[in-house]
Design a protein around this ligand. Structure first.
Ligand SMILES: [Zn+2]
Length: 260
């Protein structure tokens, strides 16, 4: 996509999304990859010797909890050394300044880069990498600083603790899905994701079918690219700042008001 082509697409995307009153930003691995967070197990490294199910499933954890915890501790440390990028900060700005509209951020990423970028109330569809919870009772806590909670039994009941992530063969957290449903979006900005897991994957298509605008930002063509109202090729890090500029500018706001 040429520079002028990208500019045209951004202008079109802003025009489509400007009238939204409840804008859902739905992000997948591409958004975090731009900040240097490896996708799943990353390139090379010892973790590629393991099957995904060995590292991220209830069965794998039952088999070898220490192995799973080693992997999680390493990822926590790695993410602590990553910094949020301009695209993630742009979402925080959009949330604060998108006029007369609410912006809900939902993601399948488990890292905390959006929170560190200043995005509020992030819905983590796959849980948080930094939460530690009990395998037996409802105890759960944030384990941000030193992984200390991962090293001891549950403080409430004494059972083994596990990472708070949503694993293979586990349902998405009901609370997160309820929040998406309650929000009842009337537009969607889909970032860096081609194959969000069901049932979240159905949201952009459902909105599109009901005549609400869906804008996709992705370096690759995805199965949704042909279907959505506007698809822009490129990394979120480069495209979200100018899109946010447009969406928070008075010109786009006035246009949106005239359309009402
Ligand atoms: Zn417990």
């Amino acid at each position: 996509m040429s520079d002028s082509g990208t500019r045209e697409h951004l202008a079109r995307a802003a025009k489509l999304l400007a009238p939204c009153r409840r804008l859902l930003v739905l992000a997948g691995a591409g958004l975090s990859a731009d900040a240097g967070v490896p996708t799943f197990r990353g390139e090379g490294g010892i973790w590629n010797e393991y099957r995904a199910e060995d590292l991220a499933s209830p069965e794998g954890f039952a088999q070898d909890p220490e192995l799973v915890w080693d992997w999680y501790r390493e990822r926590r440390l790695h993410i602590a050394s990553c910094q949020p990028h301009a695209g993630q900060r742009a979402i925080a700005l959009l949330q604060q300044h998108f006029p007369a509209a609410r912006v809900l951020m939902a993601t399948t990423n488990e890292d905390d880069l959006l929170e560190r970028a200043g995005v509020r109330d992030v819905v983590h569809l796959h849980g948080s990498l930094f939460s530690t919870r009990c395998t037996a009772c409802a105890w759960e806590d944030d384990d941000h600083d030193d992984n200390a909670l991962s090293l001891m039994p549950c403080p409430r009941c004494g059972a083994t603790v596990r990472p708070g992530s949503v694993w293979f063969n586990e349902p998405l957290p009901r609370l997160a899905l309820d929040r998406l449903e309650e929000f009842d979006p009337d537009g969607c900005l889909l970032v860096g994701s081609s194959c969000l897991v069901q049932p979240a994957a159905g949201i952009p298509l459902d909105l599109q079918v009901h005549g609400h605008p869906v804008v996709e930002v992705n370096p690759e063509v995805t199965p949704l690219s042909e279907v959505v109202a506007c698809s822009i090729r490129g990394p979120a890090r480069d495209l979200l700042p100018p899109l946010t500029d447009l969406l928070t500018s008075s010109i786009v706001r006035d246009q949106a008001r005239r359309q009402e």
